[in-house]
Design a binder for this molecule. Structure first.
Ligand SMILES: CC(C)(COP(=O)(O)OP(=O)(O)OC[C@H]1O[C@@H](n2cnc3c(N)ncnc32)[C@H](O)[C@@H]1OP(=O)(O)O)[C@@H](O)C(=O)NCCC(=O)NCCS
Length: 240
């Protein structure tokens, strides 16, 4: 079996970037309007940080001015780099934010999805799972000891979202037809699509726990090799 594929993950926290001018400067007018339209200030700033980082990172990888990168958005909402030059490297990406935290995964030539949640998020696992998890996932959560159940729920949730985002689907169409392993200890958790669901792209998962950042998450890669995640933390207000 082929080995894992490198996936770069850029990780940034809003508090480390009091000055967002560098990121704001590379946004399009539409993106600036979107940032300004947030009714609450923090999510608007997180969007500027995430979209600015995304553009600067892609600019570097594609040898382009960050402002010139264009995105096509699939009907599900998944954005892709518009490839105007077929000889340019085929970088794919996925963005996730939670509170002040942003992660962006980059993979070459394979669709990628990433999702994070805060470990201290106040969730009622069994109540939410009743509505959003498959019977198999609910059973796994029920048999998890009380003290570990919230983390197991967040593990399951982020794994499902990572797969959905890699495939460019929506959660709504995948919730009851995709089951994931919810054991937070697994680093390459299994998942299974309901055989009655429409055929979907094969995916492999890598899960992660970053207790220092208070984060749990997962990345999925379309294809038959798992992603090997290489984290790079942006800090000190610098992007380099
Ligand atoms: C994208 C989706 C899969 C997850 O979004 P989310 O967890 O709310 O938000 P995240 O921060 O992790 O991801 C947002 C990013 O994903 C990307 N995105 C949006 N739709 C996407 C899709 N269908 N596939 C892949 N990526 C997508 C965008 O880049 C977006 O970033 P942006 O807002 O800066 O443009 C969303 O479409 C969805 O279905 N959310 C689930 C909502 C829900 O059902 N809630 C139930 C209650 S618990």
């Amino acid at each position: 079996m082929a080995g894992p594929m490198e996936v770069d993950v850029v990780h940034a926290r809003l508090d480390d970037f009091p000055d967002l001018a560098r990121f704001h400067a590379v946004l399009t007018d539409d993106e600036r309007s979107r940032a300004a339209a947030y009714k609450v200030r923090e999510p608007g700033k997180v969007f500027v940080l995430a979209r600015g980082c995304l553009r600067l990172e892609l600019g570097r990888r594609l040898g382009m001015d960050a402002r010139d990168i264009r995105f096509d958005v699939r009907p599900s909402g998944k954005p892709d780099v518009r490839r105007e030059d077929a000889s340019a490297p085929d970088w794919r990406f996925s963005v996730s934010h939670t509170g002040p935290l942003v992660v962006i995964a980059f993979a070459l030539g394979a669709d990628v999805g990433i999702d994070i949640e805060r470990l201290d998020r106040d969730v009622r696992p069994l109540v939410i799972a009743e509505r959003y998890f498959t019977p198999r996932e609910r059973e796994a959560l029920r048999s998890t000891p009380d003290e570990g159940r919230a983390t197991a729920f967040l593990a399951g949730w982020t794994r499902k979202e990572a797969i959905v985002k890699a495939r460019g689907l929506t959660m709504a169409e995948s919730l009851d037809t995709l089951s994931v392993d919810v054991d937070p200890a697994g680093t390459e958790p299994a998942h299974e699509d309901d055989p009655r669901a429409p055929a979907r792209a094969a995916c492999r998962l890598t899960a992660f726990l970053l207790p220092d950042s208070n984060l749990i998450g997962a990345a999925a890669l379309c294809g038959d090799v798992p992603p090997r995640l290489r984290f790079r933390v942006l800090s000190g207000g610098r992007f380099d």
